[in-house]
Design a protein around this ligand. Structure first.
Ligand SMILES: [Zn+2]
Length: 401
């Protein structure tokens, strides 16, 4: 199911096998919460080289409804995405203020957008993902949010373990009954408090999941806290298991986390940034709204082989964004996602050659050298990165809507 093929320090390359094919690790998944990577068709996402995407079963349950998608042949047929599809259980969304009415060990009572009260339990989360027919389902976890303290924090962690067990039981029951090949990944919680994160990760690691994820991170914590937590938590999972860090997506973060042994990522970072006119280049992000791009004939990035850079100028993109033209979102998303897939592909090549350290050093040096990162220096690195995480957190809020 998961095989490690190369190692370079803690970084590794491998292959994940699912019912819809193989995924080379480390990999990044574009987010398709509603069964669509915003602004692109499934064929366009596949043409960019991605071997998997992640949808959200809770969001899909609100509309068009799980039974509708099941009736129409499942998530692959419905969205015409022919490779691996992960589905999130939607713990992050259902527990947000927008939906949550009541939470207990049994499950959650939430109100949907029409005001109707609904029940959501670990069993329902698994049944929904099973009906969608995704390749990889995620457990329903109680997100121990950053900033949560005291009893609520400990209860969230304990409940995550309780729910993980119930997800596992329900999933193995359905798998046996229907002979399905769907995989189930467990999620550890614990925020950034080292002892709690170790406790939760060790506990989840002991359960028989097909893969293992770190949840409840990239939600506003300091960069130092985030990376200390990743470092500690990764050690608590068995070496040979696939490790997924949920929600991490800025290029330097991914480069760092791959070096700590993380295999799998998803984030709205590249797609959300694209739609806000923040285009990723090897010298950091550029803000295409700036007046200096009005007559700039060069592509977003010189040498980039994406369809946008091959055919269009910064001036054209600037014009599209300034006028809210729909094509702006498509062209910018194509470029940002191409950048991400190329980065992951370069990382895999570097690991295979035993070059991870040199590659990451060169990449990060160049990434923070850009003209629009002028303020950047080693002294203010933390400040700059904190700004990034704040923006990331803002985008997370956008995503919840
Ligand atoms: Zn490009």
């Amino acid at each position: 199911m998961f095989q490690i093929t190369h190692k370079d320090g803690k970084a590794r390359c491998g292959i994940l096998k699912t019912a819809s094919g193989t995924v080379q690790t480390p990999f990044f998944m574009p987010v398709a919460s509603r069964g669509t990577v915003k602004a692109l068709s499934s064929e366009e996402v596949l043409n960019l080289g991605f071997e998997s995407i992640i949808s959200n079963s809770f969001i899909l349950s609100l509309y068009p409804g799980i039974d509708v998608i099941e009736k129409l042949g499942g998530i692959h047929k419905f969205s015409n995405f022919k490779k691996t599809i992960f589905t999130d259980s939607g713990g992050f969304q259902v527990l947000s203020k927008d939906f949550l009415l009541k939470k207990s060990d049994e499950g959650v009572l939430f109100k949907d957008k029409t005001g109707k009260k609904n029940k959501y339990t670990p069993e329902i989360a698994i049944q929904n993902q099973f009906k969608l027919g995704s390749d990889v389902a995620m457990t329903f976890d109680d997100v121990a949010h950053y900033g949560l303290n005291g009893k609520d924090y400990v209860d969230a962690i304990k409940r995550t373990h309780l729910w993980a067990k119930r997800c596992l039981t329900e999933h193995s029951k359905l798998k046996t009954e229907y002979g399905s090949k769907q995989l189930l990944f467990g999620i550890s919680q614990g925020g950034t408090k080292a002892e709690y994160r170790r406790f939760s990760t060790t506990k989840i690691n002991r359960m028989e999941f097909d893969g293992y994820a770190l949840g409840g991170l990239v939600v506003g914590e300091k960069r130092v806290e985030l990376f200390d937590t990743i470092k500690e938590a990764v050690k608590c999972f068995d070496e040979h298991k696939i490790k997924y860090l949920m929600g991490l997506g800025s290029p330097p973060d991914i480069v760092w986390a791959v070096g700590l042994g993380v295999d799998c990522f998803d984030s709205i970072y590249p797609t959300s940034n694209a739609r806000h006119g923040a285009l990723i280049t090897s010298k950091g992000r550029i803000d295409i709204f700036k007046k200096k791009y009005l007559e700039d004939e060069s592509p977003i990035e010189e040498g980039c082989k994406c369809d946008t850079c091959k055919n269009y100028s910064r001036a054209y993109l600037h014009h599209l964004f300034k006028n809210h033209e729909l094509l702006a979102y498509k062209l910018s998303t194509i470029h940002n996602l191409y950048f991400m897939e190329k980065l992951l592909s370069d990382l895999r090549k570097a690991i295979k050659k035993g070059n991870y350290s040199e590659f990451s050093e060169d990449f990060l040096k160049e990434y923070f050298s850009g003209n629009e990162n002028k303020e950047f220096s080693s002294n203010i690195q933390q400040k700059y990165l904190e700004k990034e995480i704040k923006e990331g957190a803002r985008f997370l809020l956008d995503w919840k809507r």
